[in-house]
Structures are given as C-alpha cells and as structure tokens.
Design a protein around this ligand. Structure first.
Ligand code: AMP
Ligand code: GLY
Length: 423
C-alpha cells in the first residue's frame, strides 16, 4: 500500500525508516519531512493544516494509510477529515486526542474510570486557582490545560511561587492553552513511559522507555522536549506493565469506546512509579520524541501492517508486537542555545557515525546546497543498540564522537540511571 507520513522531526525519521522496511509498504510519501526522511520517502510540499489538500493528495496518489506523527494535527481533527473521506489513519480523532490536548479532559476521564492518578482541581480563573491551592501542599503542580509544546507544567516549591506562576498562566503566558489550569497533587517516584497500540478495542503493549527531559547533565537545568532516551526501561517490570495495562491503559481505551469516541493509534502513558504503584502523569496521543527512535530500533515487526491493523480495527489478530531483547539508546545532539534560542545554520558532517550499526535520525536539519546544516533546537538523534544499557550507551557515544557539529552539544550521561543499576 501507499502511505503518507505527516511530520518533520526525529520521531518521523524513525517512523519513515521503519515504514520503508515494511513489506506491506509499497510507496512512502512524507509531508513536509526533512533531509533524513528524504532518504526513505518522497517528500511532498503539503500543509497538514489544510485537510482538504491532504485528502486530495491521498485520492490522487492512491494513499491507503496516513500516519500522523505529531499531536497538533491530531488535535486539529486531521484524522476525522481523512476518515470521513474513507482513508485509513494511524492516530486518533479529535475528541479522543483530547487525552493529550486537554489535561482536564484526561483527569476527568481518570476520575470516571477510577484510574490511578494524582488528585486534581480544574480552574478557569486566577481567583479560583489561587483559592484551590489551599487544598494542596508544596510542591505545587500547575498545568496549563491545553497544548503548550511540553512547556505548560510548573512545579512550584512554595505557595508564593505557585501564585506568581498562576498569575503568569492566566495572564496569557501559554496563550489559549492556559485559559484553564489544572492544579495537581505532587507525585513522588521514578518516571517511566509505557506505550500501547490500540484499534479502539484491542490493546497491544508496545514497549517501555525512559527519557531525560532536562537540558543538563545529572538531570539539571531547564526542561526540553527530551535530550535522550532508552528502551526498554527495566524499572517497568513485567508485573508493573501488567498493572499499567489493567488499571490504566485498558480502562482508558474501554471508557472512550463506551462513550462513543473510540481511540485508535498509539497511546503513550507517562507514569510515576510511586510507593503506592504506578500512577498516570499524562497521556500523549502520539509516539514520544525521542522515545520513538529507540522503540523503532528494537521493533521486529512490519510497522505498516501493525498501523493498518490499528486503523482498521483488526489489531485483535495480533497476539504481541515483538521487540529485540537488546537495549536501544539515543543521544540528542542539539544546537547551542537550546532550549532557548538555538543557533541556526551550524555545519554538520556525519562522518562514519553509522559505520558500526548506529543510526542517526534527523530531527532539525536542512540541506544548504549539498551541506547538511542545523535547522532547529534538537538537531540529530544518534541511536545505537547494545546488550545492556551500558553497551548501548558506549555505542551511541562512539557514533556521537564520529560526528562533526561545532555549534552543537549533547549530554554525556544519557542512560545514567540504568547504567548505574547495571554496575
Ligand atoms: P507533563 O508535561 O505532564 O509530562 O509534565 C512534565 C513533567 O512535570 C513530568 O515529566 C514530570 O516530571 C513533572 N510532573 C508532572 N506532573 C507531576 C506530578 N503530579 N507530580 C510530580 N511531577 C509531575
Ligand atoms: N519526549 C517527550 C515527549 O515526546 O513528549
């Protein structure tokens, strides 16, 4: 079948790389793509916000499956318009995508379905929010309700800081996303991510990962979209995964189906492993970036066939999705300045980075003539496999060291938790 992939980051490069290897993929298009994706797919100049244009392209080119990488087109309802035109889509419709699009939507669903998560209050005015702080203790967790590119969460150590942050949020710091604010109980523990594929009914576990959100070594400094990740995450034992499936993911999928808004695609559960068991921090309606890169390195299945089964309601025919037992680890090379204003245009030479089986996924790159240059905050995702987290880390940094990218930087300690546990 012909497939159209929507997106342009490292996540989409990893998806394109895996889709291009799928026996069931005949021709892969990507819009808008990037220079890495161009090695796997034909790039199309198509605006994902123009749903009629996307539908028109699919009809004209016999596209049978559209894979939507990022959250914004999902929340905007691109899936609805494609499905209405009879085109299969990997990714949820607009309403179930509210699992990512609205923190309050997810919290209310957890309350209805008795899913373990932190206690919370939804507030729509600064006065209500400030008063609601009385019901919580420090540190205070404040979340802009809507999509805020991963920046909408504030953890305030004191009441004064919480009140100041609320004033900023209701003052328009996050635009429309901050029109409502969720105040949440602080959860203590180690974070881990659990992925599942679903067609709205069947739920198939799809791997675990841990990422590093802070820009600095030792998990310090400002939050980013993620500076590196590894999979699997052994802290999510088989037993804990079974518990997450039973108590969190399956009830979410069942509730949405029973309420007439079935969810299909990938469900990414951000979890806190608390002393009282795993609790949901948040859902994403798409793969993590860079978690997707490590999942795709390990996946031993026909990705296109799995995605079509999610879109077509036949996931029940799959008993499991097979992954390599090896560990995959990805190091993000970012442009200096990230997560503030990244330097653009820095020259990149990948050298022999891929010589020993590592894979360099392009996140924010551009071709300037024949020269690869930086074109974003997160620029490259240098990904490798190993028999342990330590082995994968060594292989990934060996590849990093083969790359010349003077205006770039990376953390040198990706995977440290797992590496420490292994020694
Ligand atoms: P989110 O965008 O919801 O993933 O939140 C960003 C980060 O804030 C998470 O990865 C956690 O590290 C932290 N966080 C969010 N909610 C909580 C919570 N209720 N308790 C503790 N930390 C949280
Ligand atoms: N790496 C975190 C995310 O994709 O949301």
């Amino acid at each position: 079948m012909n497939i159209l992939l929507i997106g342009s980051g490292g996540r989409e490069h990893a998806l394109a790389w895996k889709l291009a290897q799928s026996p069931s993929c005949t021709k892969l298009f990507a819009a808008p793509g990037n220079p890495g994706i161009a090695q796997e797919a034909e790039l199309i100049d198509l605006n994902a916000g123009d749903h009629a244009a996307v539908v028109g392209f699919c009809s004209a080119h016999n596209v049978e499956l559209v894979v939507i990488g990022p959250e914004a087109p999902l929340v905007a309802g691109l899936g609805n318009d494609l499905r209405a035109a009879g085109i299969a889509v990997f990714g949820p419709d607009k309403t179930p995508a509210q699992l990512e699009g609205s923190k309050g939507f997810t919290k209310d669903l957890c309350a209805r379905a008795d899913i373990p998560t932190g206690g919370y209050v939804r507030t729509a005015t600064l006065a209500d929010a400030t008063a609601a702080l009385d019901n919580f203790t420090a540190p205070f967790v404040l979340k802009a309700d809507g999509l805020a590119a991963g920046k909408g969460v504030v953890i305030a150590p004191t009441r004064e800081e919480a009140e100041a942050a609320l004033a900023d949020m209701f003052g328009g710091q996050f635009g429309e996303a901050g029109a409502e604010v969720v105040i949440e109980e602080f959860l203590d523990g180690e974070e881990a991510s659990f992925f599942a594929l679903t067609d709205g009914k069947t739920v198939l576990p799809f791997g675990t990962a841990q990422d590093h959100k802070r820009v600095g070594e030792g998990d310090t400094g400002p939050n980013t979209g993620g500076m590196g990740a590894y999979s699997p995450a052994p802290v999510l034992t088989e037993e804990l995964q079974a518990c997450v499936m039973r108590d969190i993911v399956q009830p979410t999928v069942d509730t949405l189906r029973e309420e007439g808004t079935p969810y299909s695609g990938v469900l990414y559960a951000g979890l806190m492993l608390t002393a009282g068991g795993p609790k949901l921090i948040e859902y994403n309606a798409r793969f993590g970036d860079p978690e997707c890169q490590v999942l795709m390195m390990r996946l031993e299945e026909d990705l296109a066939a799995l995605m079509l089964a999610c879109a077509g309601g036949t996931l029940g025919e799959w008993s499991e999705a097979k992954f390599s037992d090896q560990t995959a680890l990805t190091v993000v090379m970012a442009a200096k300045g990230y997560p503030g204003t990244p330097e653009k245009g820095g020259v990149i030479d990948l050298g022999s980075a891929e010589a020993d089986g590592a894979k360099v996924f392009h996140a924010g790159t551009r071709l300037d003539g024949d020269q690869l240059v930086a074109n974003g905050g997160r620029v490259l995702n240098v990904t490798a496999m190993g028999g342990s987290a330590t082995g994968a880390k060594d292989a990934a940094y060996q590849a990093v060291d083969a790359i010349s990218f003077e205006s770039g930087f990376c953390r040198r300690d990706i995977g440290w938790r797992e590496v420490e546990r292994e020694t």
